[in-house]
Design a protein around this ligand. Structure first.
Ligand SMILES: C[S@@+](CC[C@H](N)C(=O)[O-])C[C@H]1O[C@@H](n2cnc3c(N)ncnc32)[C@H](O)[C@@H]1O
Length: 266
């Protein structure tokens, strides 16, 4: 029987400013990946332990992995801070729990596998999340964590910089907080065994400037402290929108390079 658990007091409008939580249902820039990733191929090749397992998809968002994982796992629980995104998940495929990975509402040893796909860099205390993932995994259970290289997304960082914001001034924009390069050190808070595999390069080919604006808004909590003196948030967002629109009108799209890394921890 699927369950759905909300946390009283969690408000998407308040949280999208503080935790990378989306406030719109528009497709994100990550839906524009090329070559497109066949998630079933990726899951079978890299997340083999989910088969017949009790799995948590932590920071599941709108659940891009849910159909593929639900078809293979014994049970799937999708966890996210944002109810607006969780509500897009098919309740017949996954339980939905609104919660924070820094303090998970589950007993010790509840899961065989935890997936944390492109989410740990949004979490304020990454070491606390790693300890929580370890706690809710059974002995021998495994964490899969997907992220990006610090050298990725340089084009997006440049768009931000050019329009009045130092993307790293507010404390490590994007993958810089949890990256292929620093992830082992951060995950050591919870795990003794950690391996990382760098996956082939890919790129985001964005044709709608509003998707870039959405991504900027989603990262407001990281970017706003990096605004140049005298630049207001609204003016910065306006300038990003105009600049992105101009580039897309000129080139047909805006391309952002990626280099993903997958951590496996036990
Ligand atoms: C970039 S999205 C990734 C979504 C999905 N895993 C994917 O790979 O497409 C990051 C997600 O993490 C969620 N998130 C951020 N901080 C969180 C926290 N402390 N606890 C739970 N979820 C969190 C956000 O709401 C957002 O849905």
């Amino acid at each position: 029987m699927p369950y759905r658990v909300g946390v009283p007091g969690i408000d998407d409008r308040a949280h999208h400013r503080t935790a990378g939580v989306a406030s719109t249902c528009r497709p994100s820039i990550y839906d524009c990946r090329q070559p497109p990733v066949a998630l079933s191929t990726f899951v079978d090749a890299h997340l083999s332990r989910i088969r017949d397992a009790r799995v948590m998809d932590a920071g599941a968002g709108a659940g891009p992995y849910v159909p593929v994982v639900a078809a293979r796992a014994a049970e799937l629980v999708a966890v996210d801070l944002a109810t607006i995104r969780l509500s897009q998940i098919d309740a017949t495929e996954a339980h939905q729990v609104c919660g924070d990975v820094q303090a998970l509402p589950f007993r010790n040893g509840s899961f065989d596998v935890v997936m944390a796909m492109h989410m740990l860099y949004h979490v304020p205390d990454i070491a606390a999340a790693a300890r929580e993932f370890r706690r809710v995994l059974r002995d021998g259970g495994v964490l899969y964590a997907l992220t990006n290289s610090t050298s990725a997304q340089a084009e997006f960082a440049e768009l931000i910089r050019r329009n009045g914001c130092d993307p790293s001034a507010g404390g490590d924009f994007g993958a810089l907080r949890f990256s292929n390069e620093n992830g082992v050190e951060l995950l050591r808070a919870g795990f003794d065994h950690i391996s990382v595999v760098e996956l082939g390069p890919s790129r985001l080919v964005v044709t709608d400037p509003e998707q870039l604006v959405d991504e900027v808004e989603r990262n407001r909590y990281l970017l706003e402290p990096g605004l140049r003196p005298g630049v207001a948030w609204r003016a910065f967002v306006h300038d990003v929108r105009v600049d992105a629109g101009r580039l897309i009108a000129r080139d047909g799209d805006f391309r952002i390079g990626e280099r993903h890394g997958l951590f496996t921890c036990w």
